[in-house]
Design a protein. Structure first.
Length: 303
């Protein structure tokens, strides 16, 4: 027999009521989100703040509707209502349990509200969180913040973590970014020529921009500055600072310059060195010791 045959008439009626409440809640939630999308569409096009409030407000409305549906179901069904009364009678124990179980969830909600109010970043901003997670903010919910990284993967970070970490926002006022590029050349290579090559390749790249002020141009400051920043075991380290319009353009420009500068280095005779090791033999080592050493290796080869 079917399960529904075991239900009494009043249980069957309550089951229909619960199903009806759930269906109405789903319809109201979708209608509310549609209404919010429509009413805020023009505001989203005019303001960067609007999408952030828009996403957060949609999630909050959906949560409130489902909480209200749960309250209605509890009130309509007598057995649920009696259970609720018994639970609230021991409210102290309930609050202790909820306090322990929902502490992290409440922290995420409060942190999400603070993010929306104080606006350290907005939906669509390019950010880095804790020097570990980099990408574009896609959504801010009651519990977490979603960012899309360069691999098109969604990184979901609890709001409580976001609020306690350092956030680097590359879009909050000016999206231009100064991208560092580092090259190493041999000690025998011409430093001035290498710096000139890096500057020329940066200047002709379509994604680079001249960020000099009028005063800098009058003073003859280079558009793309390159300096000697250090010395390695077998190389001189050159570092240039190249400006680009936004982090995504800087990402592409950086790797293009790696290739174009290397190709120019090869044409102009600038060496990118391999690691070098110098081995010194002491003069007092006896010939007998050297002969024994050679004999040992020959014996290894025979075996």
């Amino acid at each position: 027999m079917r399960i529904i045959d075991y239900l009494t008439s009043w249980e069957y009626n309550y089951l229909l009521i619960v199903i009806g409440i759930l269906i109405v809640t789903i319809i109201l939630t979708r209608f509310s989100i549609w209404l919010i999308n429509r009413s805020l569409h023009s505001a989203i096009e005019k303001s960067k703040v609007a999408p952030t409030h828009h996403h957060f407000f949609k999630n909050a409305v959906a949560l409130l509707l489902w909480v209200f549906a749960l309250i209605v179901i509890t009130y309509v069904i007598p057995s649920f209502r009696n259970l609720a009364v018994a639970i609230f009678a021991s409210a102290g124990v309930l609050l202790a349990i909820l306090g322990l179980a929902g502490q992290q969830a409440l922290s995420n909600i409060v942190s999400g509200i603070f993010i929306v109010i104080f606006k350290p970043f907005h939906v669509g901003d390019f950010i880095t969180i804790a020097d570990k997670y980099t990408g574009t903010v896609e959504d801010i919910t009651l519990r977490h913040t979603v960012i899309t990284n360069f691999e098109n993967r969604r990184v979901i970070i609890p709001n409580s973590v976001v609020s306690t970490e350092v956030v680097i926002n590359s879009s909050i006022s000016d999206q231009k970014i100064c991208e560092p590029v580092v090259f190493e050349i041999s000690y025998e290579s011409n430093i001035d020529l290498a710096k000139k090559i890096i500057q020329e390749e940066a200047e002709k790249h379509p994604l680079s921009i001249d960020n000099r002020s009028k005063q800098d141009k009058k003073q003859g400051v280079d558009a793309f500055r390159v300096f000697v920043v250090g010395f390695g075991d077998s190389s001189v380290k050159l570092k240039g600072w190249i400006w680009s319009a936004n982090p995504y353009a800087a990402f592409d420009m950086h790797y293009d310059l790696n290739q174009s500068v290397k190709e120019r280095f090869e044409k102009e005779g600038i060496e990118i060195p391999y690691p070098h090791r110098t081995i010194l033999y002491k003069d007092h080592i006896s010939n007998k010791a050297i002969d024994c050493h050679e004999t040992f290796h020959k014996g290894d080869l025979r075996t």
